[in-house]
Design a protein around this ligand. Sequence first.
Ligand SMILES: Nc1ncnc2c1ncn2[C@@H]1O[C@H](COP(=O)(O)OP(=O)(O)OP(=O)(O)O)[C@@H](O)[C@H]1O
Ligand SMILES: [Mg+2]
Length: 231
Amino acid sequence: MGSVRFPGESPEHRRARALRERVDDLRDARQRILAAADAERRRIERDLHDGAQQRMVAVAVTLGLAEARVGSDPAGALELIAQAREEAQLAVKELRELARGIHPRVLSDHGLSAAIEAIASRAPVPVRVIGAPPDPLPHAVEAAAYFVASEALTNVAKYAHASEASVRISHGDSRLRVEIRDNGVGGADATTGSGLRGLHDRVEALDGSFELQSPPGEGTTLTVEFPLTRG
Ligand SMILES: Nc1ncnc2c1ncn2[C@@H]1O[C@H](COP(=O)(O)OP(=O)(O)OP(=O)(O)O)[C@@H](O)[C@H]1O
Ligand SMILES: [Mg+2]
């Protein structure tokens, strides 16, 4: 983007202009990240409101009915208690899923490789996970790499019509590289949805690079790289 040349422009001017363009890009990305964070908070609020909160209200109401009935109709009360227990179990399940979407437990407990293996094993197509990251990884890089793999594999499941996919993790030269490839229909476009654009912003905020190759009919490869030391 910043490599346009104007004839007669001095190297200093070119560098200054490239820097200004980079600042503008980062400012745009930061605004999109803030907007995405707001949207995410609203989604969580809605999920809690429509999901676990409604279920817990139902549990309380059902238990209240059971309490009122226990003297006159113990069998009916027992049935209501069973119903309340089922609702409570559903609420737990929904809370667990919601928490997993916010920050996957497996990532904090077992690290990036295990977390990516876990998404790979849930994918509808076979996904090979190749390579491993260096051991202590900066948390922000670890989370970004995880969300990249997660969104890319979700896209594979939704759009690619692929028969297989892979996640390749490598590192060297103080960089972590994650490549997600599928052999599906291609044609992915980072400007049409919010998923790939959000990933791009997240990677850019960490001074990383983001490359999407998706020629129609030839599958999709998303490659991201993160610097592991700031400089
Ligand atoms: N692996 C893929 N194979 C084929 N097409 C893809 C692939 N990944 C993405 N696409 C296409 O690129 C578009 C943009 O993807 P992106 O993830 O940015 O948005 P989305 O998945 O449509 O929406 P969101 O991620 O916000 O739920 C998709 O709508 C889809 O058409
Ligand atoms: Mg998507």
